[in-house]
Design a protein around this ligand. Structure first.
Ligand code: GRF
Length: 196
């Protein structure tokens, strides 16, 4: 079935931006469109990538705001100016408050480098290895105010090899992320993701 129009996606970042890149590269298939990139970090390489691709970009530096509520209000304004259907957090390193999350209820996505509910939070690859996990991977989920705890939309997994170290595991999971996030947005664009 053809699409009436591509899904409008705003990508929200803090750092490297490899997920932004894979999302943007796969947007050329026409299912969704990156309408802009917003960062809280002025030094994020993701912003350089956005500039190099001519993607609209915005900077809302959390350090310029006296409270988290004021920062989140400015962040939401920057996002809303892009008029997105979906907001994709991609390596965004701030915890978001209840008001922000409610504002985007059902259309705020995150990608997390573990098979949730295992290993929410940071340093997931090292923790997975230390726990002796046999399987590991990545999750795309809806964001709620529970840290990495919103409804799961899709996961991609791998078997942890006996010889694996943090670096090899991180690289293999990242490669999965780069397939998973575009896949979810494509399915979403076709109305194939249940969000409630
Ligand atoms: C990814 O591993 C993502 O799952 C996590 O932060 C990392 C961001 O990487 N939330 P990048 O900035 O997309 O390269």
């Amino acid at each position: 079935m053809g699409l009436a129009r591509p899904l409008r996606v705003a990508v929200v970042v803090s750092g490297r931006g490899s997920n932004l890149r894979s999302l943007h590269e796969k947007a050329s298939e026409g299912n969704y469109l990156i309408v802009g990139v917003v960062s809280n970090n002025p030094a994020a390489p993701a912003l350089d990538y956005a500039a190099s691709q001519g993607l609209p970009k915005g900077l809302i530096d959390h350090r310029a705001y006296a409270t988290r509520a004021l920062f989140e209000e400015a962040l939401a304004q920057a996002i809303d100016r892009l008029n997105p259907d979906v907001i994709a957090l991609a390596g965004f390193l701030r915890v978001l408050g209840a008001d922000f999350v409610r504002h985007y209820q059902g259309r705020l996505l995150n990608i997390h480098p573990s098979l949730l509910p295992s290993f929410p939070g940071l340093d997931t690859h090292r923790r997975a290895l230390e726990a002796g996990a046999r399987e590991h991977g990545a999750t795309v989920h809806l964001v709620t105010d529970a840290l990495d705890g919103g409804p799961i939309i899709a996961q991609a997994g791998l078997h942890v090899a006996p010889t694996e170290d943090v670096a090899t595991l991180a690289a293999r999971v990242l490669a999965l992320e780069h397939e998973l996030y575009p896949y979810v947005l494509k399915r979403w664009a076709h109305g194939e993701v249940a969000t409630h």
